[in-house]
Design a binder for this molecule. Structure first.
Ligand code: P6P
Length: 338
């Protein structure tokens, strides 16, 4: 009906946060405003991406390498700066930590007010950028613990249970922002005409079991035998299908909506896997648990892992609870034997 249609179009992200928290406390207002700044970052990045074939700054490499030793793309740098700019002068966040920065960026002014830290991967899946395939941004919000903000950022080395919000922006055929502040998982679609993210899916639940397994089988000979055993199992059993885009956010979003499991196991070259705990695995683990699914290293829940450094990697097995448990049964059978 008419009222419903208008109401839906007005359910923006900041309004939804306040509805979720059923409160107008300072904390609720802060979180609402913080999510709004993340939406702004998403809109700025989406705008650049939709024109990436047309504007010089959006494609190709800068010539630098980042803290991971990976070649930095112009879009990585632009997106990283967009998040910093979106939060400077916001009075909400006092520190930002990202894959693109060796050490966290401290926002000089307003710090006493901004009691949150934003951890983010500004563009995840940047290898897809030059071929116009989906990429994403991933973010997590944590309270700043204690008074001093020392360079070591040791207060960030806490398990994922300490996150108070997490989400991602998927730059696909439509631009979607998916988030949770601990009251379920909700998706917003960017209406380019309004320039607003409008609520499109509320209380998303991941199915307990799903048909999709998402893993880079090109690494097959680098895996532990247990992961090879799992892959042989799904090859031999009906009802499984493989989907892998090379960009975590899109692969995760499919699992969230259709069920199944995404895995990036340890390999011979990278025993801890490739994905970063604090701003890739932990935010997605927060979301999947809020949606009724699970996230594991194979041995331990992702949200229990105690990081010992900001850019720490972990193996990631994430998705429907039954699919994750199946992978764990192979991994744990292996460790039981060894
Ligand atoms: P591989 C992209 O570089 C990324 O960080 C994730 O987005 C993606 O899931 C993974 O790496 C892909 O890695 O080794 O399969 O190419």
């Amino acid at each position: 009906d008419h009222k419903h249609a208008i109401d839906r179009d007005c359910t923006t992200l900041s309004r939804h946060v306040l509805q979720q928290l059923q409160s107008f406390s300072a904390d609720a207002q802060d979180l609402s405003a913080l999510m709004n700044r993340i939406a702004l970052a998403g809109k700025l990045i989406a705008r650049r991406l939709t024109r990436s074939g047309l504007v010089e700054e959006a494609l190709g490499f800068t010539g630098d390498t980042n803290v991971q030793g990976e070649a930095v793309k112009k879009m990585d740098l632009y997106a990283n700066q967009v998040f910093i700019s979106a939060f400077e002068q916001s009075g909400l966040v006092c520190r930002l930590a990202s894959e693109e920065m060796e050490k966290p960026y401290y926002i000089p002014e307003n710090c006493p007010i901004g009691r949150y830290t934003l951890l983010y991967d500004p563009i995840d899946g940047s290898s897809n950028l030059d071929i116009n395939i989906n990429v994403g941004s991933i973010f997590a919000v944590r309270r700043q613990e204690g008074e001093d903000l020392d360079e070591s950022a040791s207060d960030l080395l806490q398990p994922g249970h300490n996150q108070i919000a997490a989400g991602y922006i998927l730059y696909g055929p439509s631009t979607m922002l998916v988030y949770s502040i601990g009251h379920g998982v909700h998706a917003f679609t960017l209406d380019p005409n309004l320039g607003e993210f409008i609520l499109s899916q509320e209380n998303i639940r991941v199915p307990d079991h799903g048909p999709v397994y998402s893993v880079n089988e090109g690494n097959f000979w680098q895996w532990d035998e247990s992961i090879r055993e799992f892959t042989r199992y799904v090859h031999q059993h009906q009802g499984y299908t493989a989907r892998y885009s090379g960009a975590l956010v899109g692969d995760f979003h499919r699992i969230l909506l259709q069920g199944g499991v995404f895995l990036y196991p340890g390999t011979a070259r990278k025993p801890e896997g490739k994905l970063r705990l604090l701003y890739e695995s932990a935010p997605l683990a927060y979301l999947i648990e809020q949606a009724g699914g699970r996230a594991s290293t194979g041995i331990q829940d992702i949200l229990e892992v105690m990081p010992d450094e900001i850019h720490q990697r972990t193996p990631l097995i994430i998705g429907s609870r039954e699919n994750v448990a199946l992978v764990e049964s192979f991994v744990q059978r292996d460790t039981a034997k060894s």
